[in-house]
Design a protein around this ligand. Structure first.
Ligand SMILES: [Zn+2]
Ligand SMILES: [Zn+2]
Length: 262
């Protein structure tokens, strides 16, 4: 039976499948996550790789690294020409003090992130967190604490994991900086169709709450996420963290969508 693809409001593709397929998928995922060593196979093309590589040289050269081109000094998104700030960031202060992403959200990166989020490809957190760590060092991020984007409990149960938590924990062990959940999601915001931009933002604001306030006061926090699309979620989290006492908030993501405005 062929999977029945559905698009949700974020444009993410969800795949509905039969119980047999689901069971087969679970066995396969278990094998991939626990038995076979992904360091031996390119995460993109499956070719053998050696040493500590996750991706073969050919595929790595073809990946849309943002460091290869021009990007905004504030939000880190790809810009068409060399300029300090993108049109969105120019003259605008955001709650997130600095954002950086490893890749532009395009090509094979879209597939890898979709697999990571929706197809139980948890093993990709090794490759992604490795790339995040390299950028973290290059950009001299020096946070007091690392956190991630909260999900509703039922959503975690459905997916099996919070993919941003996997990334944040992996980055925490590489950097030695503590990782903690500093916000929680209290309301479902996946059905925002029909809401105006402002209403969507307000809805989002009402869906996130600060927890572990004692860890925040005067601290510089680094939020880890998979993809920056509109940036609204990170903006809301940063706003909440700052009203909870945090001094500075940074955002580090695997990929970001280039802004359409330019
Ligand atoms: Zn490859
Ligand atoms: Zn920008």
């Amino acid at each position: 039976m062929k999977g029945n693809k559905q698009k949700n409001t974020d444009g993410e593709v969800k795949v509905k499948s039969s119980p047999m397929l689901a069971l087969f998928g679970k066995i396969k995922d278990f094998y991939r996550n626990n038995v076979c060593n992904h360091k031996w196979r390119c995460a993109v093309c499956g070719k053998d790789v050696f040493g500590n590589d996750y991706v073969c040289d050919d595929c790595d050269n073809a990946l849309p690294y943002l460091s290869k081109g021009d990007f905004c000094e504030h939000c880190g998104r790809k810009t068409k020409t060399a300029q300090k700030y993108c049109l969105t960031c120019k003259g605008v202060l955001t709650e997130v003090d600095k954002m950086r992403s490893v890749f532009n959200y395009e090509g094979v990166i879209v597939k890898l992130i979709t697999d990571f989020k929706f197809k139980r490809a948890e093993y990709l957190s090794d490759f992604f967190s490795d790339a995040l760590y390299k950028l973290y060092q290059k950009e001299n991020f020096n946070p007091d604490i690392i956190t991630y984007v909260p999900m509703l409990k039922k959503a975690i149960k459905k997916r099996g994991y919070n993919q941003t938590e996997l990334l944040a924990n992996a980055l925490s062990s590489k950097t030695g900086v503590d990782c903690a959940l500093l916000t929680e999601k209290v309301k479902d915001t996946s059905h925002q169709v029909g809401l105006k931009r402002k209403e969507r933002f307000e809805n989002l604001q009402g869906s996130i709450r600060v927890i572990n306030r004692d860890l925040l006061k005067g601290k510089t926090v680094l939020i880890v996420d998979d993809v920056t699309t509109t940036g609204a979620t990170a903006e809301v989290i940063a706003k909440k963290l700052k009203s909870g006492g945090s001094k500075r908030v940074y955002l580090l993501t695997v990929a970001s969508v280039a802004l359409i405005k330019e």
